[in-house]
Design a binder for this molecule. Structure first.
Ligand code: ZN
Length: 87
């Protein structure tokens, strides 16, 4: 078990916060790695190629939600360590 296993391995959202309980894989089963906002039918909804793009995207959403800059940083600091963005 890695430190970030309970988080979406793309956007870093806690999987328990995903109302759908996870994204869907190509065969229609639930994904335990990626949330429903990131991953549908085996494909990522965005075409980001780096964690930086994802961090910017997530920070934008948090900003709209009225989250403070410090919290925006805190909620996105682990994104570069997630499986999708490794290597
Ligand atoms: Zn996600």
């Amino acid at each position: 078990m890695g430190k970030w296993d309970k988080f979406c391995q793309s956007c870093g959202m806690p999987m328990e916060k995903d109302a759908q309980g996870g994204g869907t894989t190509a065969d229609g089963s639930k994904s335990v790695k990626f949330c429903s906002l990131c991953y549908v039918n085996g494909k990522f909804k965005d075409n980001f190629t780096s964690s930086k793009e994802m961090v910017g995207f997530v920070k934008g959403i948090l900003k709209k939600d009225g989250i403070s800059p410090v919290k925006r940083w805190f909620y996105t600091m682990h994104i570069s360590k997630l499986e999708r963005w490794k290597s």
